[in-house]
Design a protein around this ligand. Structure first.
Ligand SMILES: Nc1ncnc2c1ncn2[C@@H]1O[C@H](COP(=O)(O)OP(=O)(O)OP(=O)(O)O)[C@@H](O)[C@H]1O
Length: 656
């Protein structure tokens, strides 16, 4: 049971302090030394200066060669040395803190990259709590002033000032215990009140993360490439600027309204300080007038009082520190937030590469043929986080290993959602997906990932070399040029890649010197090569979501011709609106509003004369004169369509 919960400002500060040795142990140790020296040195200078002043009368009276004069000179040397040391330590500490702060930023970014990339599923990337934390690390929006690393610099300024005040209060104990005690209590209280105020401001800022992200999104539209064409074509710039301005105001104004500490807190703390100062200086003057204090003591206590006042509680450093106290623990807790618990999906430790067998015993290594029997979806229902409706419902489906399944349906029917679930990128809301009897949720993410390869509709165009773009399909083999070539060959991307100015080493982005951009179809071939590279590395399930959407007629026809070769021995799930390719699959399902409404071979579905047959005929009709054909089996008609030039489909998709 916890009796005492330290204030959030303190826990935030401690979290930041604990982070430093993890970022750089030597720099953190030097930082501690620097903070101690810059706290102690000014107090020592004050005491030594007081002693020096106190030694002057005796030295004057004693003459040139008196011991008093030697004491005076020795004190002068001590004061000089201490002052010099202080002057050296302070800038060094500042520089050290700046470097360490930058390293803290990099450390947090790496940690967050790892935390965000680790979960097998991707639902967390739609969680606004997670996105708010990511925003802090990306350092966007209110930009540099909010970098968590700046708090390290702030700490290097603030901690010595607090410790100096503590040292000065300790010196004042010798003057008057009550005055010393008062300072020991008053300055931490003032710091505490002000930190609480700044913390509140920091929380308001953090609470505006969603609104700030909206403004940042609009800003990025204007300054990055993806929307550049449309902004120009439709003359969107003024509209965008207007929207950005209002979004930015909506995000920032609440922060501005709250950004100042409350007047009551400021007046209360400054009033207290004035009162304590009046009392301290009054007692000091009183003691001096009564002759209770010698010159040296008077000088020491006067300086100590000055130093007790020199702690900072009201400046930018304190504000930055509080912001870090709000955000750093939140960023650090991403690890916990995104690490699945023991009962959560994918809980089998990745390192063990283990999956329970059908009897529940862990399987240490997957057989080379996995899946060997089937992928099954049983009673699967799925709803995206925060969505109002299910994307998939009552889904019962068996996909036989080594066979191909085509998934068709209208826009929004749930096709991509289904393949995302099979990939393990989301977990079903209800029901289960199993592979050869193992629940997908029980397979370690790496286990299943090593067996699945996918080409998504919205595949990523990495601004990296062609070799990297393909090699990403199996990073552990990415340097194996022979395999890279084989995958590119399979995807029909080899001539394209080898014809690039620097071949495989060409950066696929015009944003870099010597880089090139590719057309949509060329990109699709490169992405397909990536998917085949994963197959080269051992993936047995190939998911192709609209693989020919951007391909030209010839490339699509080529794929059509080679579809059986390309997918031989693989369990293939093909999502496509192109029926010329779809009909080649061993089996076809039609999804409608998240449920399977038709299931069979091409011929069976044509004979059924339902949704599939209607869609098929509609598409086929576009390629022939004389309107839609009427019969259920329209093979000859489709074969006259672009992309269906081969005779491979003559059997009506029943090649298996
Ligand atoms: N990330 C998401 N969050 C919330 N809802 C989503 C998300 N992605 C898709 N949806 C919704 O889920 C439903 C199914 O979408 P899905 O992408 O699976 O359809 P689809 O059949 O692949 O469509 P298309 O043919 O247009 O690619 C749609 O209603 C869509 O709006």
């Amino acid at each position: 049971m916890t009796f005492f919960r330290p204030p959030e400002a303190v826990t935030g500060l401690l979290a930041l302090l604990r982070l430093l040795p993890r970022v750089s142990r030597p720099k953190a140790a030097l930082g501690v030394l620097g903070v101690l020296l810059s706290s102690v040195l000014p107090v020592a200078v004050g005491v030594a200066t007081g002693a020096l002043i106190g030694a002057i009368p005796a030295a004057v009276r004693g003459g040139a060669y008196s011991p008093h004069r030697r004491t005076l000179l020795a004190l002068l040397v001590v004061v000089g040395a201490l002052v010099m040391l202080d002057r050296i330590v302070s800038p060094l500490l500042r520089t050290l803190a700046e470097t360490l702060g930058r390293q803290v930023d990099r450390y947090l970014q790496e940690r967050v990259m790892a935390a965000v990339g680790r979960p097998a599923t991707v639902a967390h990337l739609e969680d606004s709590e997670v996105l708010a934390r990511l925003r802090v690390v990306r350092g966007l929006g209110t930009a540099d002033s909010d970098r968590p690393g700046l708090a390290v610099e702030a700490m290097a300024a603030v901690l010595p000032s607090w410790l100096r005040a503590l040292g000065a209060a300790a010196v004042l104990l010798a003057f008057h215990p009550a005055v010393g005690l008062l300072w020991l209590v008053v300055w931490p209280a003032v710091v505490h009140v002000m930190q609480r105020e700044y913390l509140r401001v920091g929380q308001v800022g953090f609470g505006q993360s969603d609104a700030l992200r909206r403004a940042e999104y609009l800003r990025d539209l204007a300054i990055t490439a993806p929307a550049a064409k449309e902004i120009r074509i439709w003359g969107m710039l003024d509209w965008l600027l207007g929207r950005y301005r209002s979004a930015w105001r909506a995000a920032v104004e609440p922060i501005w309204r709250q950004r100042r500490p409350r007047r009551g807190a400021v007046l209360g703390t400054t009033g207290t300080i004035v009162a304590v100062n009046a009392l301290s200086y009054g007692l000091l003057v009183w003691a001096a007038v009564r002759g209770d204090l010698g010159l040296a003591a008077l000088a020491v206590y006067t300086q100590a009082l000055g130093m007790a006042n020199s702690y900072t509680a009201f400046d930018d450093h304190n504000a930055i520190l509080s912001f870090a106290a709000v955000t750093v623990p939140k960023v650090l807790d991403l690890d916990d937030r995104l690490t699945p618990g023991p009962d959560a999906a994918g809980a089998v430790p990745e390192a063990a590469e283990a999956a329970p067998d059908a009897a529940g015993k862990p399987v240490r290594a997957l057989p080379a043929e996995f899946p060997a029997r089937r992928i099954r979806a049983e009673g699967v229902r799925f709803r995206y986080p925060g969505a109002a409706e299910d994307a998939l419902r009552d889904l019962d489906l068996t996909i036989d290993a080594g066979k191909s399944l085509a998934v068709v349906g209208e826009n929004g029917a749930g096709k991509t959602s289904l393949v995302k679930l099979v990939c393990g990128l989301y977990r079903p809301t209800a029901g289960r997906i199993s592979v050869d009897g193992h629940d997908l949720a029980d397979l370690g993410p790496a286990v299943w990932r090593s067996r699945v390869s996918a080409l998504f509709q919205d595949f990523t165009r990495y601004h990296l070399s062609a070799a990297d773009n393909v090699g990403m399909g199996a990073p552990e083999l990415a340097t194996d040029r022979a395999r890279l070539r084989a995958a590119a060959e399979r995807a029909g991307a080899l001539p394209l890649i080898e014809g690039l100015p620097r071949g495989w080493d060409t950066i696929l982005s015009p944003e870099y010197a010597g880089g090139v951009d590719l057309s949509g179809g060329q990109w699709q071939r490169v992405a397909m090569a990536r998917a085949f590279f994963a197959v080269e590395a051992g993936a047995r399930v190939l998911i192709l979501d609209e693989p020919t959407a951007a391909l030209d007629v010839r490339a699509e026809a080529e794929l059509y011709e080679r579809f059986l070769d390309l997918t031989a021995g693989l369990t293939t799930i093909l999502v496509s609106h192109r029926f010329s390719t779809v009909r080649l699959a061993d089996r076809i399902i039609v999804l409608h509003r998240g449920a399977v409404v038709e299931d069979g071979t091409h011929s069976e579905l044509m004979a059924l004369d339902g949704r599939y047959a209607t869609m098929f005929r509609l598409q086929a009709a576009r390629f022939v004169d004389g309107g839609p054909p009427t019969g259920p089996d329209q093979r000859p008609v489709l074969l006259s369509a672009p992309g269906a030039t081969s005779g491979a489909g003559e059997s009506g998709g029943e090649h298996a």
